[in-house]
Design a protein around this ligand. Structure first.
Ligand code: PMP
Length: 398
């Protein structure tokens, strides 16, 4: 009898497991549309030029690596605040928003979840149906009961907005509602401005706690456009949470660059909230790493690099949009009868293709085209070389 003899084998992470399967696939034509990563038209993970230059500047004057403050690099947190709320915005100026550097967007969510658990241990967490797989896992692991609110309408290929409002109206006051700020993962369907107003109205009147997950700022319509929803929440004066990820927008996946921002009613409350966030961080990993955060500071704090970043982010956004159109056109040309134009109405890196699990399995086994069993495909992994092959493969299974 050993200490670990009763340990069960956990199921593989659905997305990362797909990656392993992809890597082991000998098919020379294989295409990985599973993981949410942006690849350029050559199928390569880009190193953004703004990142390369910021890194070069760091390398030119190497610094010793002392511990960072528990909440991270001051300039980094200021940069996040400026991006998410606006440097001159009232909540930033008044000091009622606190931002802490986090280990990616996941880390931001986790710090928020742990803090909320201490604040309100019996609250329910509501995530969209469907949502990013890790939302449920992460909030469950933090000790919450996780439920869902209606979101996707599979039949009509779009948002089940009436259902969403109905779910939120029925939520227990004090429930934590995880909302995708933009580029909904996995469906690609976002709320429009008027719908956000209605959701905010319900969230406010019902006394729900909004937790906005912003993992794709800049991939929808632009940094300011995608951030507009934050302004709407700010305008209500209510408390809310925002997790930020730079994994995609800076193509810095492995550096774990993200943040958590918490908006309070006053600076006094914000100061106390920050003190609690620091305890969560201190007891988990003590303080964040220096390198990725320093790169982001180097870009955001330098007007030329900042402009270059926006250009490069814009290029990624435009390339994804063009691949959506080419996918729709290519599927038609490959003989798919049904109207696939909904793909161009989706936003961000993903497309909920509407394909069944059986079709997705066939795509994988017969063609080496890897998407998730739910029919999610990463449009940002399509390129001018693999698009025709993917279109033909899809046409063969639908
Ligand atoms: N939220 C959503 C909706 C995501 O899609 C992702 C990344 N796949 C994250 C959070 C986590 O981002 P990060 O990799 O920066 O932890």
């Amino acid at each position: 009898m050993s200490l670990f003899s009763a340990v069960e084998m956990a199921p593989r992470d659905p997305i990362l497991g797909l990656n392993e399967q992809f890597n082991a696939d000998p098919n020379p034509n294989k295409v990985n549309l599973g993981v949410g990563v942006y690849f350029d038209d050559n199928g390569k993970l880009p190193l953004l030029e703004c990142v390369r230059q910021a890194e070069q500047t760091l390398m030119a004057a190497p610094k010793p690596r002392g511990y960072l403050p528990i909440d991270g690099i001051v300039a980094y947190n200021q940069g996040v605040k400026a991006l998410v709320f606006g440097a001159d915005s009232e909540p930033v100026q008044s000091g009622r928003v606190v931002t802490v550097q986090a280990l990616g967007g996941t880390g931001g969510l986790k710090i928020g979840a742990d803090f909320l658990k201490k604040l309100n241990p019996t609250a329910q967490v509501l995530i969209s149906d469907p949502s990013w797989e890790n939302h449920r896992a992460l909030f469950s692991a933090a000790g919450f009961d996780v439920g869902t609110y209606a979101y996707y309408d599979a039949e009509r290929r779009g948002l089940n907005f009436a259902g969403m409002l109905k779910s939120l109206r029925a939520a227990t006051p004090g429930s934590i509602v995880v909302l995708h700020a933009c580029c909904h993962n996995p469906t690609g369907y976002d709320l429009d401005a008027g719908q956000w107003d209605q959701v905010i109205e319900v969230v406010q009147s019902r006394g729900l706690i909004p937790f906005l997950d912003m993992a794709y700022q800049g991939f929808g319509f632009g940094l300011a456009e995608d951030g507009a929803v934050i302004q709407k929440f700010v305008a209500t004066g209510m408390e809310f949470f925002v997790s930020t990820s730079f994994s995609k927008s800076f193509s810095l996946y492995g550096e774990r660059v993200g943040a958590l921002s918490v908006v309070s009613r006053s600076k006094d409350e914000a100061d106390r909230v920050l003190s609690q966030l620091k305890i969560v961080i201190r007891t988990n990993y003590s303080n964040p790493p220096t390198h990725g955060g320093s790169i982001v500071v180097g870009v955001l704090g330098n007007p030329e690099l900042r402009a270059l970043w926006e250009r490069e982010l814009g290029e990624m956004r435009v390339r994804i949009k063009s691949m959506r159109q080419r996918l729709v056109d290519g599927l038609k040309a490959a003989g798919v009868q049904q109207d696939m134009s909904f793909i161009t109405r989706q936003i961000g890196m993903f497309s909920y293709s509407g394909l069944t699990k059986e079709q997705m399995v066939r795509l994988r086994n017969e063609f080496g085209v890897y998407g998730t069993d739910t029919g999610r495909m990463c449009v940002a992994a399509l390129n001018s070389k693999n698009i025709d092959y993917v279109c033909k493969a899809i046409a063969a299974v639908v």
